[in-house]
Design a protein around this ligand. Structure first.
Ligand SMILES: Cc1cc2nc3c(=O)[nH]c(=O)nc-3n(C[C@H](O)[C@H](O)[C@H](O)COP(=O)(O)O)c2cc1C
Length: 217
């Protein structure tokens, strides 16, 4: 049994997404104490911004005609896809940055998505159990002043759930900047409740992730 875990927080020492992913991982490990965990930390080891274009353009020419950069980028895409395909369950921890998806995650996804096993025609990840942990400094829920400004969570759901076909659960914790940004002090009670809800989801989905392993189509 194996778990693949990806982290995208650029501030690992204080990371709320990492803490929640730790809860998910702990439940997995409690059920599968001897299972391997493959880790990819996109902040510590970012994917080069040029890799995706190299992998795509490398696909338009014969193997012998590829540049060294194109060969390297395609090999990295193969490694990313291998990691996802080999794992029994997947865990992604991805914060909201600048109202959109983490550039580290997008760069990783785009490159992985060039591998034919998991590209638009690929089916290798269909039905694989997965948990997405996502955290937001603010709160963009219906009725809030910036409702709709979270352009990350929806996209993450689309590509993980609909494009790759993962059997996905989502843990979301908004308002992580309450207690950090004094302008948000009035929301302390709401933020505490949202944190507790996210922690309880993380534990429940971690248990479920461990139980769902092996049901891949
Ligand atoms: C450079 C930067 C940009 C951010 N942009 C946003 C944003 O647009 N909206 C938001 O709600 N939070 C934003 N945040 C806050 C993060 O989403 C929040 O701090 C989150 O907890 C970060 O994830 P982590 O705790 O796992 O590191 C930003 C944080 C950083 C460092």
């Amino acid at each position: 049994m194996s778990l693949f875990r990806l982290d995208a927080s650029i501030l690992p020492a204080s990371s709320a997404s990492r803490s929640l992913a730790d809860l998910v991982e702990a439940e997995w490990t409690a059920s599968h104490p001897d299972s391997a965990v493959t880790r990819r930390d996109l902040a510590a080891d970012p994917v080069p911004a040029t890799a995706w274009a190299d992998a795509v353009t490398g696909g338009f020419v014969e193997e012998a005609q590829r540049t060294p950069a194109q060969v390297e980028a395609r090999a990295l895409a193969t490694t990313f896809a291998d990691e996802l395909i080999a794992a029994d369950a997947l865990l992604f921890a991805v914060p909201l940055y600048n109202y959109g998806v983490s550039q580290h995650f997008k760069t990783w996804f785009d490159l992985a998505y060039t591998d034919p096993r998991i590209d638009p025609q690929g089916t290798a990840l269909r039905g694989k159990p997965a948990t997405l942990v996502t955290v937001l400094g603010g709160n963009y829920a219906p009725g809030t002043p910036k409702e709709g400004w979270d352009h990350s969570t929806g996209w993450l759901r689309r590509v993980l759930e609909d494009v790759w076909g993962l059997d996905l659960r989502v843990v979301q914790r908004p308002f992580t900047l309450v207690g950090v940004n004094p302008a948000l002090d009035a929301f302390a009670d709401t933020a505490r409740e949202l944190k507790e809800n996210a922690e309880s989801d993380a534990v429940a989905f971690g248990r479920e992730l461990a139980a769902r392993r092996g049901e891949v189509a």
